[in-house]
Ligand binder design. Structure first.
Ligand code: MEV
Length: 439
């Protein structure tokens, strides 16, 4: 067993690299050289990245691609996507192009409410707690003015502070359930700072209270933290067109295609195994834009999946309907995003991504991200109910296989040409390369 290390964070970057390479890799010199290959020559840029997190050794690249031709609310967008999976960007681009000539995507922000909670335990008379809360409620607003001043000046701030009795779920458990409007900021730091001040106010007021019989002892604050479940920070994106405009594809009529799309979504609504994969495809689009625009994809993921399970079973995030000869396809998802603060003004590629998106505000970005998810799902389900996913996917994955097989540039060129007319399985690619080399 390797011994633990004390004070790793205090080592210099070079010392950390040597330490890890010598203890955990087979060929330390090769590992060190690999780590350094990914350093940026621009020292300032490298330092910026080093300082995003702790114990940084090097950079971890993801490709940044572009899906052009998105018509969203009458504007044409090219959407930046940071993702490692082949065929996602191609699928998004294909769906964008398809819907461009059919009216494009429409988005509606249904709400922007963010949530945070102070979780605490109280052992005593509930009515007395309510009386105490009502008496001190204005103090929650007064004692956070230093934190909220700028946000309030811009039109946001704390929207509500509510006492919630959760004792049916857990003995003695209560909350301050608080809502916020953080405008164009994701707002995590703002919300958490407000909540920690609420907790201080709660403790202080309890200690001075004439109402609570046991003063400070009455209330035990457990924690104060924002919630990444924001069902009222909600956006809808949709497409629709007359069924005839869908066009015949892959040997099936427009009507058959529309019906299959509706059935595929219906299956994802009743079958969680399918719903998870269906939604995973949606997240391919969502995460890629969330990441490219410097937002917190873990928060988005957690919130969206909780939303998908809000009815008590895990269901599809998209819906489809045929009505009066029209095909309708839409998504509704909670998204807490920022276009100011955080990485948005720090990471040069995030700044570029936001510039490419024409400097959206948070609401516009919510719409763009939802569209990316909807487009991704349309493309995936379209393939699934017609040709199957592998045909397109393997074509896009071909270069990865060829790179794995260490094909030269000339070999790659020849085989990409060859597989335009042949179906690309891993086995077929190995055989074709062998043959090429043999010849
Ligand atoms: C692959 O990354 C995503 C899909 O599995 C999504 C789906 O099945 O809907 C193709």
């Amino acid at each position: 067993m390797r011994l633990p290390i004390e004070g790793f964070s205090k080592l210099s970057k070079d010392e950390k690299i040597r330490w890890i390479a010598e203890r955990y890799t087979q060929d330390p010199e090769a590992s060190i050289s690999l780590i350094k290959t990914y350093w940026n020559d621009d020292r300032k840029l490298q330092q910026l990245h080093d300082e995003f997190i702790e114990n940084t050794l090097t950079n971890y690249y993801l490709p940044l691609g572009i899906a052009p031709n998105f018509l969203i609310d009458g504007e044409t967008y090219a959407i930046p996507m940071a993702i490692e999976e082949s065929s996602v960007v191609a699928a998004a681009s294909k769906a964008a192009k398809f819907w461009f000539s059919r009216g494009g995507f429409k988005t509606t922000v249904l709400g922007t409410e963010k949530i945070g909670q102070v979780h605490f335990m109280y052992r005593g008379d509930k009515e007395i707690l309510q009386e105490f809360f009502t008496a001190i409620k204005p103090k929650f607003f007064d004692e956070t003015t230093a934190i909220t001043k700028n946000m309030v000046a811009r039109g946001g701030g704390i929207k509500s502070v509510e006492l919630r009795d959760k004792t049916e779920e857990l003995e003695d458990y209560f909350q301050l359930h608080c809502t916020f409007d953080t405008l164009d900021a994701m707002g995590a730091n703002f919300i958490n700072s407000c909540l920690e001040q609420f907790a201080k106010t709660l403790r202080k007021e309890a200690s001075q209270s004439q109402i609570l019989p046991n003063g400070e002892e009455s209330i035990e604050v457990v924690m104060s933290i924002l919630s990444n479940y924001v069902p009222k920070c909600l956006v809808r994106a949709e497409v629709s067109c007359p069924i005839d405009d869908l066009g015949a594809a892959s040997g099936i009529s427009a009507m058959e295609f529309a019906e299959k799309m509706v059935r595929a979504v219906a299956i994802a609504n009743v079958e969680p195994h399918r719903a998870v994969t269906h939604n995973k495809g949606i997240m391919n689009g969502i995460d890629a834009v969330v990441l490219a625009t410097g937002n917190d994809f873990r928060a988005v993921e957690a919130g969206i999946h909780a939303y998908a399970a809000r009815q008590g079973s895990y269901q599809s995030l998209t819906q489809a309907r045929i009505e009066n000869g029209n095909f309708h396809f839409w998504i509704e998802i909670p998204l807490a995003l920022g276009t100011v603060g955080g990485l948005t003004s720090l990471h040069p590629l995030v700044k570029l991504a936001l510039e490419i998106l024409q400097h959206p505000n948070a609401k516009q970005l919510m719409g763009i991200v939802a569209v990316a998810g909807l487009a991704q799902n349309f493309a995936a389900v379209q393939s699934l109910v017609t040709t199957g996913i592998q045909q397109g996917h393997m074509k896009m994955h071909l270069l990865n296989i060829l790179n794995q097989l260490k094909a030269s540039d000339t070999e790659k060129k020849q085989l990409v040409e060859y597989f335009k007319k042949h179906s690309a399985t891993h086995h077929a690619v190995v055989e074709a390369l062998d043959q090429l080399r043999g010849s």
